[in-house]
Design a protein. Structure first.
Length: 246
């Protein structure tokens, strides 16, 4: 039986915040290594674009972020969060996505980010918001989104104007690429899992978090801020350290 929508205290789901915080720590560590390598401080030099050790981590980090985003959308839907509140947050993500494109064009003009994780979330947040009422059908829809890029590709989707769909014949040259397909599938499964947990095992999301993990809880409540600030801070600090050493 579907769980009736009712007001929820969205600030009481510490376990989800802790999981999101763990993803952010992993992301910062990954980008620290990437920046160190980019500035020539990683010996031996690493290939973050082809080495499975790094590419697998990148995929897992993005998957964890999108899974948490799906879980968050389940909470928002259950709490009957109004469209005006949704649009405010959506506009923040959109603005940050545009800033990422501009910043990456300055640092990496040949491989700037035209559709990275924030760009993908702009469309995927809207899709999950609209699809949330489907409930049990979210599982097969997620599976379809994950499977389509494996069986249906076309050169039409290989341009910067169309590769956001994800049905590309080869991965574009860019510093970050998170197309709608297959990644929408991960967020839809997060949404479906969140709805199931709220209906059958709400304590798994709303239970207490050990004191040792409280820093992750606090960090997990500021995902967009941390995402936007950590790279400039890391690059600035590493560049300053390199200059001092010289």
């Amino acid at each position: 039986m579907p769980l009736p929508r009712r007001p929820l205290r969205l600030d009481r789901f510490d376990r989800l915040d802790a999981l999101r915080g763990a993803a952010m720590v992993w992301m910062v560590l990954f980008h620290f290594c990437f920046d160190l390598n980019h500035l020539g401080g990683y010996i031996p030099r690493q290939n973050f674009y082809r080495d499975p050790f790094w590419t697998t981590q990148r995929s897992l980090i993005v998957s964890l972020f999108l899974l948490c985003a799906g879980l968050g959308q389940a909470l928002a839907w259950q709490a009957a969060v109004a469209w005006p509140q949704f649009w405010r947050r959506w506009a923040q993500v959109l603005g940050c996505a545009l800033l990422v494109s501009l910043g990456s064009a300055w640092m990496f003009p040949a491989s700037w980010i035209s559709f990275g994780v924030l760009h993908g979330m702009v469309l995927m947040l809207l899709a999950t918001r609209l699809l949330a009422p489907l409930r049990v059908w979210l599982w097969p829809l997620g599976a379809l989104a994950l499977a389509l890029p494996q069986v249906a590709t076309h050169a039409f989707f290989d341009t910067r104007w169309t590769n956001w769909v994800g049905l590309v014949t080869h991965k574009p040259i860019t510093e970050d690429y998170v197309p709608v397909l297959p990644w929408l599938g991960v967020m839809l499964w997060g949404l479906a899992a969140g709805q199931w947990l709220l209906a059958h095992r709400p304590a798994l999301l709303a239970g207490a978090v050990p004191a040792a993990l409280q820093p992750l809880v606090r960090l997990g409540r500021w995902p967009l801020t941390v995402y936007m600030l950590h790279q400039p801070l890391l690059i600035g600090a590493l560049s300053a350290l390199a200059a001092l050493r010289r």
